[in-house]
Design a protein around this ligand. Structure first.
Ligand SMILES: [Zn+2]
Ligand SMILES: [Zn+2]
Length: 479
């Protein structure tokens, strides 16, 4: 047996409520157990019976952490009586992964990562989930305080505005951010303030396995900053993906294995919200192997650039390029995946995805990304514009140029605020053109025959070979 729940101790304490009119019971439930190494990545639900009259739940988790060189990590979340199975997660009330050892939930507020609301009587389930286990195993303890009292007014979902303006243009955003609602170190306000300092037009909020930030962005003064709801659907075992463009109260479950073939249903749920699915940092380990185990063909986008440029990103870029060559129209995006504390070196917006959209709104930005009208850059003021022309046609990123076999067409490329760099033009045949640019406003004009390439995209690198920008493709349809 993987788990032993050794005992359950219930201590009854008494609290006087009000002025002696009535007294309701509060109690402490203690559960302990041991998980041996075979319990790695196994979901363990610890049931807690909650009687009527309870208005606050406090949970404290403790376990033996230390080992050498590894240590135990026991992730944690909770479900109320409405349901806790992956097929019926209606009772989802929050997740903190390995970032917290204690949390509370009550009607009007909850710890970050958790969903405030009334405490229903019935069977709650605390989910504990080991993502690393030392040879000695994990000796765990959950101390659950069930506190009786008077209910405050229930928290109301406060979603962020879905639209700032309807002006067509290029908008700069960070598509992958964390706050204290998962394992980030910023508050929501600090993330807003820094996004404004960086002159970002939008950010996407992507906490690990919870929508607790999404239900509260509307409480903050975001002014001209668009916040789009998302979730980083995080399985330590099978990979991370971002659901972006969600409704504030949508929760996407992470507990499916690739063999269960449910990921398509999860992605449909994202699409029904008007959103997109993104494979995150597919090469996220020291071995440089692809660590994404779900069916990649089901996803809309690939995060080819996560944080500071490095070899893992380079590998992801090659993987995306291989898929383009196979005719798979995956959209490339880049994002900081920032977890930093406010005031530390600020990697918010490094890199950022710049999207052509019909306005600064959730629907327009998501639509711009979906169409591939987007490029990625690590520079706050760098602009790149690729257009293809043939006779009366003039198309840009994400568009398709229609050509007859052998027909000549023009490529116009403009690169601003990125001097002393190397620009390369890529197609299904590899690199077609390379040019060094010197100034901060360069226009390049090439002519090609519509023979072989099925797409054209651009990369800009510095002298050391680090990527500074890349575009999504413009497509060629040759008859
Ligand atoms: Zn991740
Ligand atoms: Zn992340």
């Amino acid at each position: 047996m993987l788990y032993i729940i050794k005992n359950s101790i219930i201590l009854i304490i008494f609290l006087s409520i009000g002025t002696g009119v009535c007294a309701q019971d509060s109690s402490i439930v203690i559960k302990t157990g041991h998980i041996d190494s075979s319990g790695l990545f196994k979901l363990l639900y610890v049931p807690i019976a909650v009687p009527a009259g309870i208005t606050k739940i406090e949970v404290k988790e403790s376990y033996n952490e230390s080992g050498n060189p590894d240590k135990n990590v026991l992730n944690m979340g909770i479900y109320d009586p409405r349901g806790y199975t992956p097929a019926n997660p209606l009772g989802f009330r929050g997740w903190s992964g390995g970032a917290k050892k204690e949390f509370f939930i009550q009607a009007d507020q909850a710890s970050t990562g958790y969903i405030p609301g009334k405490i229903q009587k019935g069977l709650w389930n605390i989910l504990i989930y080991p993502s690393t286990i030392i040879p000695a195993g994990i000796d765990w303890k959950l101390e659950v305080k069930l506190i009786a009292g008077k209910d405050n007014n229930e928290f109301k979902v406060s979603p962020t505005p879905k639209s700032i303006n309807n002006k067509p243009g290029w908008y700069r955003g960070d598509l992958h951010t964390h706050t204290l609602h998962s394992d980030g170190k910023r508050t929501q306000q600090e993330l807003i303030d820094e996004a404004k300092e960086k002159h970002l037009d939008f950010i996407i909020s992507t906490e690990h396995n919870t929508n607790s930030a999404n239900i509260s962005w509307g409480l903050y003064n975001t002014e001209n900053l668009l916040i789009i709801n998302g979730e980083e659907v995080t399985s330590t075992q099978y990979g991370h993906w971002n659901a972006i463009g969600l409704n504030a109260d949508t929760y996407i479950d992470w507990r499916f294995t690739p063999e269960q073939n449910r990921i398509g249903q999860m992605i449909s749920k994202v699409h029904n919200n008007g959103g997109l699915s993104v494979i995150n940092h597919p090469f996220f380990n020291v071995k440089y192997i692809n660590s994404f185990y779900y069916d990649a063909d089901l996803f809309d986008c690939i995060e080819v650039w996560n944080g500071t440029w490095n070899g893992l990103n380079d590998r992801a870029l090659k993987w995306w390029d291989e898929q383009l060559r196979q005719g798979k129209k995956k959209i490339a995006i880049g994002a900081s995946d920032t977890h930093k504390k406010a005031g530390s070196p600020n990697y918010l917006g490094v890199p950022q995805t710049v999207v052509y959209a019909s306005g600064l709104s959730k629907n327009a930005i998501i639509n711009g990304i979906k169409q591939g009208k987007a490029y990625v850059t690590s520079m706050d003021d760098m602009d790149i514009n690729l257009s293809l022309t043939a006779e009366s046609q003039n198309v840009g990123l994400g568009d398709t140029l229609l050509l007859k076999a052998g027909q000549r067409f023009n490529i116009l490329l403009r690169v601003k605020n990125c001097p002393d760099t190397i620009v390369t033009l890529h197609s299904a045949l590899g690199i077609l053109k390379t040019i060094a640019i010197k100034t901060s406003d360069e226009s390049i004009n090439w002519k090609l025959n519509g023979d072989a390439p099925t797409f054209l995209r651009v990369e800009v690198r510095n002298a050391q070979g680090d990527l500074l920008a890349l575009t999504n493709p413009a497509w060629l349809n040759i008859n």
